[in-house]
Structures are given as structure tokens and as C-alpha cells.
Design a protein around this ligand. Structure first.
Ligand SMILES: Cc1ncc(COP(=O)(O)O)c(C=O)c1O
Length: 421
């Protein structure tokens, strides 16, 4: 995979074409001019060859990694293919994750297959639950939050909303649970005061997605810490850090220490985004012992993991080069979109995720349909509406794709909005 080429393609090529055109004033034959103009007008989806999607499709709707999977993960999958007749009993990944997050399992702790005591010790010191994606972990937490059948959940809107949706499902099966959706503030950040004010003795769970999806906003660590400390212990606080690797702030502190210090905080992470393993289905939770024991029981045997996904994730953890490249492509992509949105006079929210929301000033679902017809898949903000709130009706969410994919998106957006120059 030639990353330098990926980075340099697209945008610069278009500039080159425009430059070439400017110098072509002497070209009399209008047919030549028309051909060149058509090329300079930008690529179409049919020109695109994205990783992991059919040729001709620009898929920037699900916040996946546009560079493919971590090459180290792919190598690990190939290496262990012949072992899939066995269940996945490996402790490698949880041990490696503890190490990666600096979680102390005790001096020289190791799993010894001939010593049953080491497995008991593992249970005592373990702080991580690995699962087939972080989505299933949210599902486990949702089930636990039903409580006595009258549990209440608090989530921000617009937000990822998985616990709210699970609660709606429990309501449909006769539970008396309640969903409280708290609108974000004017700049689309969590309204922490309002979320705190919504807590009742029946509240069982509250979600903070940080950075938030779909808005890309973050909460400063100190603010988050103070907030968490102010919430009563009967409320489980889920801090979903699916996009934490993309935060654009030097030295930004994650919430793992809060999960380890307190008995009511769970931090979730995923391999689907920065490591490019969405299709392998692997994620994990970090939390303290009382919650972890309950979550493990609820999750059941193996958490739906496959041996290949655990090997892939363990290898991806070491792929610092791929992580750095993904960050670079993401940041460059965001800068490109910001520059183009500015030129078009569109209002956007600077994002700490691998996606960005932009106000297109018209119905986002129609825009999404029109884009799809042109081979570009984006997410409509209208999809985040609830009965009471529709804050993103005129916004779309765009995942950061490769430069050429973003160029096609911008070209089609300009054309649809009548802003093509
Ligand atoms: C905020 C957030 N949490 C969790 C998930 C689920 O991710 P996965 O199940 O692939 O780990 C997603 C997926 O897009 C997400 O955006």
C-alpha cells in the first residue's frame, strides 16, 4: 500500500488540472477545452477504488477506516487461519490490553496453563472485558440497566443512542423503563448540567460518548472528572471512547483512570475505527471489579469473539505506523473539508472524530438520497431525530475518507448545492 500516493492523489491532481487550464488560454479548439474542463470539474465516484468496497462507490457514511485494515492484523489473521477448529481461549489480548493501558496486574503476573490458581488470580486482577465489538458491550450494559424493570437511562441527543434504542426495545416487550434524552448545547456539546439534573433515584445508566458521535465534540478531562464525581454511585456512567484516538488536542487525557478508580464508570473502546477492523468485530470495556463481574456473567461464554479477531486485534495494537498514518489522513481530510466548507460558506462543527457534521441548509435525507444516486454514501443528520428533537435535520455527517473520495464528495456537494465554480 503506497500511503504517500494516497495522500498526494486527488486534491493536488485537481489543482494541477486547474493550473494547466489557466495556461491553456491559447488553445483555440473548444473540444479540447471541454474535455479538460470536464476533468478539472472533479472526479466522479466511478473513478474511485476504495479499500473494502466495490469499485465506483464512495463510502463515507459509517466512520470506517478508509485505508483498509492494519497490515499487521491482516498478517496475523493469515497466520492463524488454520487454528479455527479451536475455541478462542487465548489470554494474549486481555493481557496485552492491560499492559497497553498501564493497568497493573501485579508483578510478573502470567497465565500458566498448568496452574489453575493463575486463572483465579486473573479474575481478581482483570479489569477488561473483550467482546465482539463495543456495540455488544453497550447491549450488555443496556440489559443490566433495566434494573427492576423501571430503570431510566439518560443520553445526549444527537448522540449514538444505542442504550436509548435498547430501552425502546425493552418498552416494547412490556418493561416500564424510561428514556431521557438531553439535547446538546448550541455548539453540540453535552449539556452536562441538564444531564445531571435529569438523574433520579431510578436512573440506572447515563452515556457520555467522547468524542461524541455524530457531532465530534469533546469534553475536557477536568470537566468530565468533576461531572463523574458529582453523579450518585447508583448510576452507571458509560464513557464511550470509540473515537478517542482521533482527538486533535495534544496530551488529551482519556477517562480510563476514572473507570479504574470508581465503581460506577465503564469506558468502552473499539478496534473498528483507528485499527480498521470493523468487519472483524472486536472491542473492549475497562471497568472496576464489581461491574466487570456482572458484565462478564451477562455477556456469557466468549463474548461472541472469534480466535481470528483476537489475533488481529493483538497484532493491530502494535501497528503504531498504521495508527499514525490513519491519524494523518484523518487530520488532513478534516483540514481539506474545512477549507472547502469555508469556501462554500457552509457552517460546520470542528470534529475530534474521523467524521464531521456540516449544515447544508436543506433537508439532509434528500441530500443523502441524491448523493447515493451519485455513488456517494453519507449519513443524513435527520436520521438522528427523535419524536421531540430534530437538531440535525439540515446537517449531514461525512466520514473522513481518502483524499480522492473526499474530493468526489465535495465536487458532488457543490454541484447539488449549485456552488460549482
Ligand atoms: C460511538 C460509537 N460507539 C460504539 C460503536 C460500535 O462500534 P463497534 O461495535 O464496531 O465496536 C460505534 C460505531 O460506529 C460508535 O460510533
Amino acid at each position: 500500500m503506497d500511503f504517500a500516493n494516497i495522500l498526494n492523489s486527488g486534491v493536488s491532481r485537481r489543482r494541477f488540472m486547474k493550473g494547466a487550464l489557466a495556461g491553456a488560454g491559447a488553445v483555440a479548439a473548444s473540444s479540447h477545452f471541454n474535455i479538460a474542463e470536464a476533468l478539472a470539474a472533479g472526479k466522479k465516484a466511478s473513478d474511485i477504488r476504495g479499500y473494502g468496497v466495490p469499485a465506483g462507490r464512495v463510502q463515507i457514511s459509517s466512520n470506517e477506516n478508509p485505508l483498509g485494515a492494519s497490515p499487521r492484523a491482516v498478517e496475523a489473521i493469515t497466520k492463524h487461519l488454520h487454528e479455527i477448529n479451536r475455541y478462542s481461549f487465548s489470554f494474549d489480548l486481555p493481557l496485552k490490553l492491560h499492559q497497553a493501558h498501564g493497568i497493573n496486574m501485579g508483578e510478573d503476573f502470567k497465565i500458566d496453563f498448568e496452574d489453575m490458581a493463575s486463572f483465579m488470580k486473573f479474575r481478581e486482577v482483570n479489569r477488561i472485558m473483550v467482546s465482539a465489538g463495543s456495540g455488544p458491550i453497550l447491549q450488555v450494559l443496556g440489559v443490566m440497566a433495566i434494573g427492576d424493570g423501571t430503570g431510566e437511562c439518560i443520553e445526549a441527543v444527537p448522540g449514538y443512542g444505542q442504550i436509548s434504542r435498547a430501552f425502546q426495545g425493552y418498552q416494547m416487550s412490556g418493561q416500564n423503563v424510561k428514556v431521557i434524552r438531553v439535547p446538546t448545547t448550541g455548539d453540540f456539546t453535552h449539556d452536562l448540567d441538564a444531564m445531571k439534573a435529569a438523574v433520579t433515584p431510578k436512573t440506572t445508566i447515563m452515556t457520555i460518548t467522547n468524542p461524541n458521535n455524530p457531532t465530534g465534540t469533546i469534553i475536557p478531562y477536568d470537566t468530565l472528572k468533576t461531572f463523574v464525581e458529582s453523579i450518585p454511585e447508583h448510576v452507571t456512567i458509560l464513557i464511550d471512547e470509540a473515537y478517542i484516538h482521533f482527538v486533535r488536542e495534544e496530551g488529551y487525557q482519556d477517562a480510563i483512570s476514572l473507570a479504574l478508580e470508581r465503581n460506577n464508570v465503564v469506558v468502552t473502546r473499539t478496534f473498528s475505527k483507528i485499527y480498521g477492523l470493523a468487519g472483524m468485530r472486536i472491542g473492549y470495556a475497562i471497568t472496576n471489579r464489581p461491574l466487570l463481574d456482572r458484565m462478564m456473567l451477562q455477556q456469557g461464554f466468549g463474548g461472541g469473539l472469534t480466535s481470528l479477531s483476537t489475533h488481529a486485534a493483538a497484532a493491530a495494537l502494535d501497528d503504531h505506523e498504521f495508527v499514525a498514518m490513519t491519524r494523518k489522513v484523518t487530520n488532513d481530510g478534516k483540514d481539506y473539508l474545512i477549507a472547502e466548507f469555508d469556501k462554500m460558506g457552509l457552517e460546520y462543527t470542528p470534529s475530534h472524530g474521523n467524521f464531521m457534521i456540516v449544515n447544508i441548509g436543506r433537508d439532509s435525507r434528500r441530500m443523502s438520497t441524491e448523493m447515493r444516486k451519485r455513488g456517494v454514501s453519507i449519513r443524513s443528520g435527520g436520521g438522528y431525530r427523535t419524536r421531540e428533537h430534530n437538531l440535525l435535520n439540515n446537517h449531514i455527517r461525512v466520514s473522513i475518507g481518502k483524499p480522492d473520495e473526499l474530493e468526489v464528495f465535495i465536487s458532488e456537494l457543490k454541484d447539488i448545492l449549485g456552488k460549482a465554480s
